[in-house]
Design a protein around this ligand. Sequence first.
Ligand SMILES: [Zn+2]
Ligand SMILES: [Zn+2]
Length: 246
Amino acid sequence: MKSFRTDLHIHTVLSPCGDLEMSPARIVSLASKRGLDIIGITDHNTTKQCELVWKLGQRFGLTVIPGCEMTSREEVHCLGLFSDFDALREFQHFIDQHLAIIPNDPALFGYQVVVDADDNIIEMLDNYLGASLNVSIEEVEQKVHDLSGIFIPAHIDRPRNSLYSQLGFFPPELKVDALQISKLAKEMAVREKYKIDTEITLVQFSDAHYPDDLGKIFTLFEMEEPSFGELRKALLREDGRNVRIP
Ligand SMILES: [Zn+2]
Ligand SMILES: [Zn+2]
């Protein structure tokens, strides 16, 4: 079994709040230089920059998992991660059907740009990506799992846009593969405060919006190889796989 430094919550320049320096090329180069083995790309309510990061990651031997940070109707942020681009495309279609239509105001919210491998802007998205989907967190979870994805509520200890801040409790019907704690949180303190069952795995990721944040926070995944199937097994702690917040 090997140990892989994994950060599955990273924003690119496409997120309105993502720094303009967070281009796909910069992200893979920094992630690799700073010792990450596996990264997940999770822009707010869009998946449109994932494929390029995945492609560029190959040059560095970096495993890139395509994904998204969704905002449910209750304004809970949650991560969806996918094993392949067919599933990702279908998930993008789901987002397109459900994202509230609010024009983006770049001066207020920031730019939402898709860039190419050389950091040239190739598209600007007009609809505000920080808006909510008109579906419940349970419906988002269901869609991710229908597509055989991994579903992880994001930064659960934060006072805004988290499972506990928005709902006040853990919905008993919700099937999570793990819960992500925010970057400065302590695992045991969060477990105690929210009375989280030890059967539920906690992970910690950077939620990086700026180059400086990349590589500082990660979770160690102990597994055979850096694949999607192994990630899931590690989160569920199956067959001797495990995850550990360092
Ligand atoms: Zn978030
Ligand atoms: Zn985020």
